[in-house]
Design a protein around this ligand. Structure first.
Ligand code: FRU
Length: 522
């Protein structure tokens, strides 16, 4: 308890200092930011990740860009810090770095709770819900009807739409919801809709239990079933959720492939919830993939239900995930709010041999909030260790390069708490151990196992690390996002040491180590 009070006090002092500084800079940069910074000083409150002002949040929803504004809707329960009747919370940003919290966009109604879904700009007013002059934003979401579920019927999830004629400020539910009924599939949800140029139609992908289904529409209202994918492909340790489907050019090759993202819960490689993907072809009707192995966007435990922006400028494919895991999401030790989103990440496709890999890496926009504080090169003799002290690791970016194949590094504090990361190329693994990282006992699943990421295919030679650490999360990106691990952490005090250890028999060199302080976005 004493340490908790000390931590809050230090936190408050620390945050007030940076808040003042930021306010001025934010004004200068003409960015959108919430003014009620007092909300954002609580223990574990992320300082450069999106979190709701208060109460429960899960999946990102309705990611759409329109007229200079990035919209972020999210699964939200405004009355408690545990999951409950779902609404769509709402926030906007001009740059995906600074966010403005907005009023709740969608409330439950007689059709049910508002579960996950997407949003599109209906530029040609195909829906007739706006006009050519004022094209509507249309949100497509799942209605979850609790009464029908409790009655024992299987058709309690249907798809509905709502529209906005003022760029997301206010929303009107379509009068004849639902637009896509359910013929008795228990898990029938999370529609992602996009405009498919070659067929001049809207395509909707949703999950139906253990598979994805594809539908087509000319007007976002009448939907025709096209095909399904996945019953016998990929990971099936749990129910499929939150699909996304989009084309992506393979870096440097000019070749285009289609990517199908599927979240799965449970059944992730490190337990609980995780996000797999398939690389293949989509011809407007059918998705095909000859991928044999399971592929995961992120090997850490805390990146779930992620989807990408519709209509993003410059053809960018921008992904945001929910930084939690259903195995313990309801139990994490925050009081005023629960959970945060990953930083927005840019997706790219890499081909090596005959295999494709989906890399995800923080958007360039983020560079502006990191202020370099330490630059060093380290050389560690066999069996030795070295510590780099810094007061603000819990609000920092850490970068370095190395050619060493086996080494450890960790973040620790004066309470002896330690978050340990290990590259062990002899065992072809990168490991993240949060068992002594701080608070862990709120749920057994949280730190039961060391998290493992296979690195068998990682090229030999120099590898690059970039780590973003906030008050309750770490995001590790190796080789520009080819290998990614995201995990929540709850240290009882902020980490003040970065420790490198060399268990090998040769010298460990850590090159171009750079530690930058992250400014608060709030
Ligand atoms: C994924 C999910 C979705 C569902 C939503 C409900 O985390 O289970 O499938 O729409 O959360 O909040």
């Amino acid at each position: 308890m004493r340490t908790y009070i000390l931590y809050s006090l230090l936190g408050t002092l620390f945050f007030s200092f940076y808040s003042c500084k930021n306010k001025e800079e934010e004004k200068n940069a003409d960015v959108t930011a919430i003014s009620e910074i007092s909300f954002f000083k609580e223990p574990y409150r992320p300082q450069f990740h999106f979190s709701p002002t208060e109460m429960w949040m899960n999946d990102p929803n309705g990611l759409v860009y329109n007229d200079g504004i990035y919209h972020l809707f999210y699964q939200y329960y405004p009355e408690d810090i545990v999951w409950g009747p779902m609404h769509w919370g709402h926030a906007t940003s001009k740059n995906l770095v600074y966010w403005e919290h907005k009023p709740i966009a969608l409330f439950p109604d007689e059709n049910g709770y508002i579960f996950s879904g997407s949003a599109v700009l209906d530029q040609m007013n195909t829906s007739g819900l706006g006009s050519r002059e004022t094209p509507p934003l249309v949100a497509i979401f799942t209605y979850h009807n609790r009464e029908r579920e409790e009655d024992g019927s299987d058709d309690f999830q249907t798809q509905g739409i709502a529209y906005s004629l003022d760029n997301g400020e206010s929303w009107i539910k379509y009068q004849d919801n639902p637009v896509l009924g359910n013929e008795g599939i228990r898990d029938f949800r999370d529609p992602k809709v996009f405009w498919h140029e070659p067929t001049q139609s809207w395509i909707l992908v949703l999950v139906a239990g253990d598979r994805a289904q594809f539908y087509r529409s000319a007007d976002l209202i009448a939907w025709t079933f096209l095909s399904e994918f996945g019953k016998e492909t990929g990971a099936h340790g749990g129910v499929w959720e939150c699909p996304d489907l989009f084309p992506l050019e393979v870096s440097g090759l000019g070749e285009e492939k289609w990517v199908l993202i599927i979240s799965i819960n449970p059944g992730a490689p490190n337990g609980g919830s995780g996000t797999q993907y398939f690389i293949g072809e989509f011809d407007g009707t059918t998705f095909k993939s000859d991928q044999q192995e399971e592929k995961w966007i992120d090997w850490g435990t805390d990146n779930y239900a992620g989807i990408t922006y519709n209509n993003a400028p410059n053809n960018q494919r921008i992904f945001i995930g929910w930084m939690s895991n259903w195995a313990y999401a309801r139990d994490t030790p925050t009081k005023e709010w629960r959970s945060a989103m990953t930083v927005p990440r840019s997706l790219s496709l890499i081909k090596s041999g005959n295999s494709y890999q989906l890399a995800n890496y923080p958007l360039d926009n983020f560079g502006t909030i990191f202020k370099s504080e330490i630059k060093k090169n380290l050389k560690l003799a066999a069996g030795s260790s070295e510590t780099v002290p810094f007061d603000h690791y819990n609000q920092a970016e850490i970068e370095f390069k190395t050619t060493s194949r086996n080494f450890e590094f960790s973040f620790s504090n004066s309470l002896g708490e330690e978050l340990v990361l290990i590259l062990d190329r002899d065992q072809e693994l990168f490991l993240l151990d949060r068992s002594k990282s701080g608070k862990t006992s709120f749920k057994e699943e949280f730190a039961k196992d060391v998290q493992k990421m296979p690195v068998a295919n990682m090229p030999e030679g120099e590898i690059e690390f970039r780590i973003l650490m906030d008050w309750s999360s770490i995001e590790v990106f190796i080789n520009n996002g080819q290998y990614v691990m995201t995990a929540q952490i709850f240290p009882n005090q902020n980490y003040t040491s970065l420790n490198f250890r060399n268990p090998a028999t040769s010298v460990l060199s850590i090159d171009n180590l750079e530690v930058s302080r992250a400014e608060s976005i709030w």
